[in-house]
Design a binder for this molecule. Sequence first.
Ligand code: T3D
Length: 258
Amino acid sequence: MSVLRVEDADAGVRTLTLDRPDALNALDRELKEVLLAALRSAARDRAVRAVVLTGAGRAFCAGQDLRERGETAPSLAIELRERYIPIIEAVGRLEKPVVAAVNGVAAGAGFSLALACDLRVMAETATFISAFGRIGLVPDSGLSWFLPRVVGPARAAEIVMTTDPVDAATAERLGLVNRVVPAEACLAEAQALAARLAAGAPLALGLAKRSLAYALEHDLSASLAFEAELQGIAGRSADHAEGIAAFTEKRSARFTGE
Ligand code: T3D
């Protein structure tokens, strides 16, 4: 039985479910490998237009599987370079919307993984925990990059240094998540949001994701130039022509990604 469930829906939404509920979906060697492979496969598969990432059982993901970390622990720097960083980069480089259904606790690298996604739907019973400090580690897998950008440096420092759980209401107030819903509706809400996005123009959505990421790291002039470059690409697409035709004919557009 796989530690990752991969399910496709008609709308072009692929749901990836971390499936180690007894360990709160902690990331062991196998789960990291299959998750990376699944993200790369979703990137290549033209039928996949949006991805939902969630966890089985009562957790989203409790970060690194600590049971793998005994006296024979590997260099954590190597572990991050070889296993975690490729996963976080695969989410960012996947030019399709990735929606996290944060169904339960997201701790350590599980918190980072949720923040790497483009959008987050959070169960009202779920929490985020920067658990690293509790075991004498520093934030990794992008948490120290994502968190201050979303909540500002003071809040980020508080979340990281106290390691206190951030409840769903606070997460929503801080802008850490897009919406908070009853726990039983979390996955369906995330999938509905993903299906809505999957009906959009795939090329334009992918380029918009690239543009937003670029703008976080560049000044206005560079971002304006990058937008113009991307618009040049989008403007030559069949989807743009279809969007104009649908507008003129007062009908819904049928985007193909061409
Ligand atoms: O090492 C490297 O490669 C470097 C990279 C590091 C990245 C990281 O993610 S470091 C941070 C690792 N994660 C943590 O430190 C979180 C550890 N877990 C917890 O603090 C708590 O479990 C939670 C706050 C997440 C939830 O607490 P609670 O009380 O709801 O559940 P619990 O009773 O602690 O856990 C339930 C079961 O899941 C339990 O197993 P058992 O006793 O029923 O057989 C527990 O051991 C297991 N579990 C929870 N987290 C992990 C885990 N098993 C392995 N690894 C875990 N991370």
